[in-house]
Ligand binder design. Sequence first.
Ligand SMILES: NC(=O)c1ccc[n+]([C@@H]2O[C@H](COP(=O)([O-])OP(=O)(O)OC[C@H]3O[C@@H](n4cnc5c(N)ncnc54)[C@H](OP(=O)(O)O)[C@@H]3O)[C@@H](O)[C@H]2O)c1
Length: 310
Amino acid sequence: MKFMFLSAADKAEAWREAILAKFPGAGFDIWPDEIADKASYDYAIVWRPPVGELKTFPNLKGILSLGAGVDGILSDTELPEGVPVVRLVDRCLTEGMSEYVLYWVIHYHRRMGVYLNWTRNGTWKQMRQTDTRDKKVGFLGLGELGSDAARKVAALGFDVAGWSRTEKHIDGITSFHGKDGLVPFLNRTEILIVLLPLTEATRGIVNKETLAALPEGADIINCARGAHVVDEDLLAALDGGHINAATLDVFHSEPLPADHPYWTHPKVTVTPHMASLTVPSSAVEWMEENVRLIEAGKAPLNTVDVKKGY
Ligand SMILES: NC(=O)c1ccc[n+]([C@@H]2O[C@H](COP(=O)([O-])OP(=O)(O)OC[C@H]3O[C@@H](n4cnc5c(N)ncnc54)[C@H](OP(=O)(O)O)[C@@H]3O)[C@@H](O)[C@H]2O)c1
């Protein structure tokens, strides 16, 4: 069995070690330098492949994504037909994302940014503390990542809701779905977390209209994709005061360009697309399971629906 590895963002040697531990004797070649006979590869392990590259490997049985989001694979308009694209679903990735979300939800709920600014300047001052049960947190996206984070935020006592394409029944989470559910969901959301896949239906979903539907003083955490947000609309809403603050992990262009206003905006916190990173020693378990399923002639888990875009 032979794997080809293509990613500018992941540590290839860590993956080589992890894959060869699971598949002793397998081939593992790193694109482009180690690739020789393209017809000899069974699996492509990839993150943002160049358009048209994967179709030049004629015998692939599976395209295994190094991340949960597959927009960077589906943007290849020439993907080989009939080869399943399998997205990453992994315990470590899910737990890492929930940690990131919990951290920032608590940060905004307890107004830690304001307190840290005060104490750094030698100011001793207290604000009225509010009841956690009255704080309404909302998740755009209740999939693998959104539902885990939503459950954990709810376990702390917050009043949690989520919005998805199809209706969900999750204990302790109020479910909104579809186009009609979006505005009622936003109307009640004081801390908004974006955990949607990037598709044609979700691109630019955080815009002038949806921001206006949030209550005055809402906070935003975007840990999905930069293109979910219309930057000018968010900056206008922050400057106008309707939105209190935003934590942004993902951007239209990454690394975030040096002259982008987000870097210095007093109400914006930038993190470098680290909300949850893939840990090879854990994610390889999922890869092994899917390769074994494909080798046994069965359908892999978490196959992407190319038409839906996620
Ligand atoms: N910043 C980071 O470090 C980082 C790390 C990992 C992932 N991510 C991002 O997180 C995203 C979510 O990952 P995931 O594993 O949770 O994805 P997932 O399991 O596929 O869940 C996606 C959720 O979004 C909902 N959704 C999709 N299209 C929708 C639409 N048009 N309207 C309403 N709801 C819609 C889905 O609804 P249904 O359940 O009804 O289908 C589902 O609840 C990834 O795509 C990736 O971009 C970021």
